[in-house]
Unconditional design. Structure first.
Length: 567
């Protein structure tokens, strides 16, 4: 740079982004600080006359880091496109100084904190999309004063409170707000309550002449009933499993008259009447777990064989399809790394599934409840077993199967701590000649891929994302939404991205884990990073994941994961 030629203020603001973030494709590193004209930098557009920056476009570049507040100096910026990256931290309030902004696109990142009230100062703003992040707090009333706003999306965050009904926001439909469980307002047909608990928002008659008030009462009653069932289930588990105290041993199962046992694989040497007789002796002291669809009991036969019995709770009229789906899937397949469904009880009063009993319990219990110390080899074996089970579902079943709820509580362990993938009640069977997309949103928050939360479309790649989160959970020994992450404004994926940007990724590993091998740790972190990529196309298939695990983790080789020259 000529000593008389200083870099422009816009260039200095952009260099703050270069210093704040990392990028695996190196796009930011291509900027040359010695070049006084940032208009030559990739992703930067300038006004031809003034040479001021008017647009920034960086999408799908794996940018990891915070959005720098120095962007507030770009007072001629009209378009800010940073979506589909891995930005974390808060949205800078300094963006309110960019008074020329017409479009802000920050969707599909890991941004946290409130929506800045200062965005309401951007009188020329036409498009605002900050969906699919982890933003919290209320929607600022100032956004309703943006008279030119024609496109608005804050869906799939953690926003709370009443959606401002005054001003422009009243014009937008529910699609702009969905996925925020604690929002209310007429835009989403959810009644807000005042401080005394009374409704404070009225609604007009809905589509088809239905009364939204009645729908709300019905929905509230349904939700209340579901919550009551869930609370009873978990409270029962707490009393009988944690405290080990049973004061009322009333019968927990009544199969009713005309019940029969349907066996799969023909490998259970018991008559139906003998199994039913044992079922009817089960009570609360035999409870070993509670799941999303019911309670799991330990069933011991007279010859010493032990099984797990899942009693499905019928919650609604559409329940039978979940029961039949699980039978259809598990009853037709058998694999070393999947739980083995032995049969089911065909009863008019109860829905009962009979599995092999796995004495190791769930991975969730081992990692987070029992205080067991899993050494490095055990963790690696569990990861590989879960990967092979999921790969079998994706690639070897006909039709193919999407699990849609991969998480640690659905990975069961045998006595040797070998993994078994369980609970296919939410799985979607894929016909080879049909679309591999389903639009029913299911699963567990913390494990869900960002595109799935946004669109409700599940593919094999959404399972791959959940598996990547599972790997990070096993390595760190912490839940994906552990409070230590949330306090810093992250989930486990955001925390990994932050550590990678600091070249400290190995610090994610559980400090209590013994025998950690750095080469295999680096390989696992590399695999997990690929799996949790924000872009589904960049995630490997589970078949490829198994190949990488077998070639790079089981037989560790030097990893380039921390090669500083790649910067």
């Amino acid at each position: 740079m000529n000593e008389n030629e200083a870099i422009s203020p816009d260039g200095e603001a952009l260099l703050s982004l270069r210093n704040a973030v990392s990028s695996s494709d190196g796009v930011i590193r291509q900027w040359r600080p010695e070049d006084p004209d940032p208009c030559n930098w990739k992703g930067v557009t300038c006004d031809v006359k003034t040479k001021r920056v008017i647009a920034l476009s960086f999408t799908h570049h794996k940018l990891i880091g915070p959005i720098p507040p120095e962007f507030g100096k770009l007072d001629q910026l009209r378009l800010l496109m940073l979506h589909n990256n891995e930005f974390y931290g808060s949205i800078p309030t300094a963006l309110g100084n960019c008074t020329a902004l017409e479009g802000i696109y920050l969707q599909n990142n890991y941004l946290t904190g409130p929506i800045p009230n200062e965005i309401g100062k951007l009188s020329g703003l036409k498009n605002l999309d900050i969906s699919s992040n982890t933003l919290s707090g209320a929607i600022p009333a100032s956004l309703g004063q943006l008279e030119k706003l024609t496109s608005f999306n804050v869906s799939y965050n953690f926003l709370v409170g009443q959606i401002p009904s005054d001003g422009l926001l009243a014009r937008f439909s529910r699609d702009s707000f969905i996925g925020n469980r604690n929002l209310c307002g007429k835009q989403i047909d959810v009644v807000c309550q005042d401080d005394s608990g009374n409704p404070s928002t009225g609604f007009s008659t809905g589509q088809g002449g239905k009364n939204p008030g009645r729908l709300l009462v019905s929905a509230s009653a349904t939700v209340g009933g579901l919550l009551l069932v869930a609370l009873m289930c978990f409270w029962g588990c707490f009393l009988y499993k944690k405290l080990g105290r049973v004061e009322n041993k009333t019968l927990a199962i009544d199969v009713g008259g005309g019940a029969s046992i349907v066996m799969f694989h023909g490998d259970l040497p018991y008559a139906s009447k003998d199994i039913i007789k044992k079922l009817e002796t089960l009570n609360e002291e035999h409870i070993i777990g509670c799941g999303g669809f019911g309670t799991v009991y330990k069933l011991a036969m007279d010859d010493g064989n032990v099984f797990a019995l899942k009693r499905i709770v019928k919650l609604n009229e559409g329940f039978d399809r979940f029961f039949e789906r699980e039978l259809e899937i598990l009853g037709s397949i058998k694999h070393r790394y999947l739980v083995n469904l032995r049969g089911y009880c065909n009863s008019p009063t109860s829905k009962l599934l009979l599995y092999d009993y796995l004495p190791g319990g769930s991975l969730d219990e081992v990692l987070h409840e029992r205080g067991d110390q899993l050494d490095w080899d055990s963790r690696v074996n569990i990861i590989i077993g879960a990967a092979k089970g999921l790969a079998y579902l994706h690639h070897d079943c006909s039709p193919r199967i999407i699990h849609r709820d991969i998480k640690s509580s659905n990975i069961l362990l045998d006595g040797n701590l070998e993994a078994r993938v369980s609970d296919f009640g939410l799985a979607k069977l894929l016909e080879d000649e049909e679309s591999h997309i389903t639009t029913i949103v299911a699963g567990t928050f913390g494990y869900l891929a960002p595109e799935y939360m946004q669109s409700g479309r599940a593919t094999e790649k959404t399972d791959v994302y959940s598996f990547g989160v599972l790997v990070l959970e096993v390595l760190s020994g912490k839940l994906p939404t552990d409070t230590s992450f949330i306090e810093k404004g992250y989930n486990v994926v955001g925390w990994l991205n932050f550590l990678i940007s600091e070249n400290r990724a190995r610090e994610i590993v559980d400090r209590s884990c013994e025998g950690v091998e750095t080469d295999s740790l680096d390989a696992l972190l590399s695999i997990a990073t690929k799996c949790v990529s924000s872009s589904p196309d960049e995630r490997p298939t589970m078949h490829r994941v198994v190949q990488l695990l077998e070639s790079e983790v089981m037989t560790p080789c030097p990893s380039e994961f921390y090669d500083s020259s790649s910067d």
